[in-house]
Design a protein around this ligand. Structure first.
Ligand code: DAT
Ligand code: MG
Length: 140
């Protein structure tokens, strides 16, 4: 399996509760390396653009407001099979369905306030990394 890069967001519910370090530790313990990281406050344009694929969903407005409500930490994670590995460490979207030991099982508050985002495929990973990072901000 090749070395991949994936995109991650530590979401407002997690930064607000001071869980950034505990979540980063989960990534590192799974063998994912943090090759880019910055704490930002998302603009409305960024939140709407990033989640444009969900713009027709009933929860879209709520999702955009949530992503703007507190700072987030955007990161690029690198490692063997990083996209799937990150999704595994994150757990299911709905924390009630997330496996033991996953980030969402341990930390998520609800299906909306679910602590982390992670890319779901190589194409979305590449797009999402570009959405937030310039090439020179990623140091492998
Ligand atoms: P994931 O974040 O696991 O990739 P997704 O892409 O289906 O999940 O949805 C993106 C985000 O939208 C998700 O992390 C939280 C929010 N969301 C999804 N389904 C929801 C729902 N039924 N109610 C409220 N928010 C929801
Ligand atoms: Mg998704």
């Amino acid at each position: 399996m090749a070395i991949e890069r994936t995109f991650s967001i530590i979401k407002p519910d997690a930064t607000k509760r001071n869980l950034t370090g505990k979540i980063v530790a989960k990534f590192e313990d799974a063998g994912l390396r943090i090759v880019a990281s910055k704490r930002i406050r998302m603009s409305k344009e960024q939140a709407e653009g990033f989640y444009a694929v969900h713009s027709e969903r009933p929860f879209f407005g709520e999702l955009v407001e949530f992503m703007m409500s507190e700072p987030v930490v955007v990161q690029v994670l690198e490692g063997e099979n990083a996209i799937a590995k990150n999704r595994e460490v994150m757990g299911a979207t709905n924390p009630a369905e997330a496996a033991e030991g996953t980030i969402r099982k341990e930390f998520a508050l609800s299906i909306g306030e679910n602590s982390v985002h992670g890319s779901d495929a190589p194409e979305t990973a590449a797009e999402e990394i570009k959405f937030f990072f310039a090439d020179e901000e990623i140091v492998g």
